[in-house]
Design a protein around this ligand. Structure first.
Ligand code: NAD
Length: 438
């Protein structure tokens, strides 16, 4: 089937490559000429495991190409809209400029029978509004809202083998559902649930899933605050409560909290939209979820100051990790970058490393010294702080690292190191939600 994917960022580039992998003939369209030139050369615009190989395969077969010209969407039967929906600059709501611009540009090239498939995360009510616009601009074309649940770092697998597909439809009888089933035939063959509903519910499925995940993380981080106040250990607590199948252990890792291009802006946009609908009281708890999350960043700075003897001024701090999570180079609203920047702003001399995110971090916060080498970062450091739990940081050898630093003090912002191993090797080990050594 001929498909277009509009917006080739973290979501769209992966979606386009995966759709080509499923055998479709795909054009990816984006307004960013550098991104498109790179993609046509097989260069992924960001770090995502498996994407470079997928791009190389599909570009090689001729089933995948990229363009800056929306006219190249003409002739596709299905058009996925995967453009960004960032937070507005001065308020909590989502900025839908890109979504409307993309759909308006696409309208000029739609034919009756074409299907537009919304994948971006949008406030409830957007799909119905867009469907009227599409019905007006191209009678006979229709809109399906098909929110995306992929996780950066696992985006290829999550797109090829989603744990569920959600279709929001105006009218289950209009045939759009069958066409989208054909697009996803391979994924559906593995008996994955395909859940059909109205537009509003489909839009809410996405934002409520993100709100739930954010709440679970902030719940355990709130417990970490109480553990810090009482001398208890949040890691032991999480293991113990996580055994209850009604609670589950996933997303119960206390630490520096959530970040990235989705959860923070999605819960804020959700609150803003609920307010517009007169249902703001329903989501006031998300304000607390957001502030618990942000408080962890200041607590991390405080702990680092503590291991430095009460002041950060002139202290050499090695920062391990800048991406908002491992296996990604994404630093959008990254707790790690935010803590690294705060340490520097409070007078420390920060050398930060990350296996993939250094270029993005350096663009956003050029004031830090950057390296990709842990050994270089920790050289003569007064304290080491772990801010993203990359596998290579979880498995560091405390004895070897101890020979490089000026003072063996480590603050584990992700509870990803074994305290006894570091303490036995002579380190001062501190972590969020865990007691000081006895
Ligand atoms: P992104 O910023 O990486 O990519 C958005 C892309 O859209 C950019 O390349 C931009 O140049 C392009 N674009 C903007 N306006 C355009 C236009 N008029 N025409 C064509 N292209 C245009 O963002 P992302 O992380 O890929 O997210 C996209 C959407 O998917 C957002 O709504 C996000 O919330 C949602 N989402 C993201 C993820 C994720 O893990 N990144 C997961 C699920 C859902």
């Amino acid at each position: 089937m001929r498909l277009s994917v509009i917006g080739c960022g973290y979501l769209g580039a992966v979606h386009a490559a995966c759709m080509a992998k499923l055998g479709h003939d795909v054009v990816g369209i984006d307004v960013d000429p550098a991104k498109i030139a790179g993609l046509n050369e097989g260069q992924a615009p960001f770090f995502e495991p498996g994407l470079p190989e997928l791009l190389a395969d599909s570009l090689g077969t001729g089933r995948l190409r990229f363009s800056t010209d929306m006219a190249d969407a003409a002739g596709s039967a299905v058009h996925f809209v995967a453009v960004g929906t960032p937070q507005k600059r001065t308020e909590n709501g989502a900025d839908l400029t890109h979504v409307y611009a993309a759909v308006d540009a696409l309208l000029l090239h739609l034919r009756p029978g074409d299907i537009v498939v919304g994948k971006s995360t949008v406030p409830v009510g957007t799909a119905r509004d867009l469907s009227l616009r599409i019905a007006d601009g191209c009678p006979g074309a229709s809109l399906v809202w098909n929110p995306e649940f992929l996780r950066e770092g696992f985006a290829v697998q999550d797109t090829l083998e989603p744990d569920r597909l959600v279709y929001g439809l105006a009218d289950p009888a209009n045939g759009a559902q069958l066409i989208l089933d054909e697009v996803y035939a391979q994924a559906l063959a593995d008996v994955r649930p395909r859940l059909v509903m109205d537009y509003e519910t489909a839009e809410l499925v996405k934002v409520s899933a993100n709100a739930f995940l954010a709440t679970k993380i902030s719940f355990i981080n709130a417990m970490a605050e109480v553990c810090e106040a009482s001398g208890a250990d949040v890691s032991l607590l999480a293991d113990a409560i996580g055994h209850d199948v009604r609670i589950g252990r996933k997303f119960l890792n206390a630490g520096l909290g959530f970040g990235g291009g989705c959860l923070p802006k999605d819960i804020r946009a959700f609150m803003a939209r609920a307010g517009e609908l007169g249902a703001d009281q329903a989501l006031t708890f998300l304000r607390e979820v957001d502030s618990i999350n942000m408080r962890r960043r200041s607590r991390m700075v405080d702990l680092t100051r503590e291991v430095c003897g009460g002041s950060l001024l002139g202290q050499r701090i090695a920062v391990l990790g800048l991406a908002f999570k491992p296996n990604s180079d994404d630093v959008r609203d990254s707790p790690a970058l935010s803590v690294a920047a705060q340490l520097q702003l409070q007078g420390a001399a920060v050398t930060a490393c990350d296996p993939e995110a250094v270029p993005n971090a350096a663009r956003r916060f050029p004031e830090l010294a950057y390296t990709t080498s842990v050994e270089e970062a920790v050289q003569n450091a007064d304290a080491v702080v772990v801010l993203t739990e990359w596998e290579q940081y979880r498995t560091l050898d405390p004895a070897a690292l101890g020979r490089l630093v000026a003072r063996p003090a480590i603050v584990d912002g992700r509870n990803c190191l074994e305290p006894s191993v570091w303490r036995d090797a002579g380190w001062t080990y501190r972590a969020l939600g865990r007691p000081k050594a006895a």
